[in-house]
Write a protein that binds this ligand. Sequence first.
Ligand SMILES: C[S@@+](CC[C@H](N)C(=O)[O-])C[C@H]1O[C@@H](n2cnc3c(N)ncnc32)[C@H](O)[C@@H]1O
Length: 275
Amino acid sequence: MDTHAPPALGTLHGVGVGPGAPDLMTLRAVNVLRAAAVVAIPRRNAYSQSVAWRIAEPSVGPVEGQERLFLHFPMTKDVSILRPAWDEAFGKIGERLVRGLDVAFITEGDPFVYSTFIYLLREAPTRWPGVKINIVPAVSSITAVPAATGVPLADGLERIAILPATYGVDDLTEVLTKFDTTILMKVSSVMPKVVEALEKTGLLHCATYVSKASTADERIVRDVQSIKNDHCDYFSMVVVSKKSRSGILVESASHAVDALAAGVSPEALNAAVVR
Ligand SMILES: C[S@@+](CC[C@H](N)C(=O)[O-])C[C@H]1O[C@@H](n2cnc3c(N)ncnc32)[C@H](O)[C@@H]1O
C-alpha cells in the first residue's frame, strides 16, 4: 500500500439554510452541517455578521472538532474587487478539500437561486478535478414571500417571471404585461423605476413589497408607491400578482392544454371554466 498517496478529496456541499426563520431549515441541512468537518460561512467583510450563519447556528449548535471558516465575499459588482476575494475564499476551501475534509458552504435561501455558491460550483471541477458535489435545496425567498403575503405564486395557466432587478429593469413594462406573476428580487436600489413601471402598466394595486420574509423583522407593504423613494432593505422583494387568469380546475388541465394547442386564447379558456 502506498502510504504517501494523498487523501481522497473531501465532498463540497452547497447547503441552503432557508429565508430567515431558523425553523424553516430542512432536517437535511442541519444533518449535513453537523456532519461536515468544515462549515464555510460567507460574509461581506471581517466585521459583518453572516446572515446565513445567523439562521443556521441555533439549529447546528456547537460541534466538537468542526471548523467554522468565515470567508469574505464583498458586496459589489466590481470584478476587480470580486475576483481576488473569490480566489482567496475558494483557495481556503480547496486547502481543506485536498486534505480530505468535507466542506459545507452555507447560503441564505436556496443555493441555486442567485447565490455565491453557484460561482464556486462552476469553478470546482477545474480547481479540484473529481471533487464530489452535494446540493441541499432549501425554502427560497421565492416561496417564503408568497407565504407571507397570502397570495399564491401561481396556479392554473399562470406564468411566473423572476428578475434580478438591480441588474436592470428597462424591460419591466413588457415583462409585467406578459407574465401573470412577476418577482423582482434585489429590488432595493431600483424601487423608483419599479414603481414607475407599475404606474405605467396600471398594476400598482397588484404589487406587494416584502422585506425579511419569515423573520421577526418581516415587513409587508401593500402600497408600494408609499415607499418609492425609501432606502429599502437588501433582503426585500416586490411581487406583482395579477391573478387575472387563475382558477383553471385541475380536472380541466388536459382539456386546457388541448384547447390552447388548438388556438383558443387563455383568457377565453379561463372564462369558460367554472371557478
Ligand atoms: C443574493 S439573493 C439570494 C436569494 C436566496 N438564495 C433565495 O433562495 O432566496 C438575495 C435576494 O433574495 C431576496 N431575499 C432573500 N431572502 C429574503 C427574505 N427573507 N425576504 C425577502 N426577500 C428575500 C431579496 O430580493 C434579496 O435581494
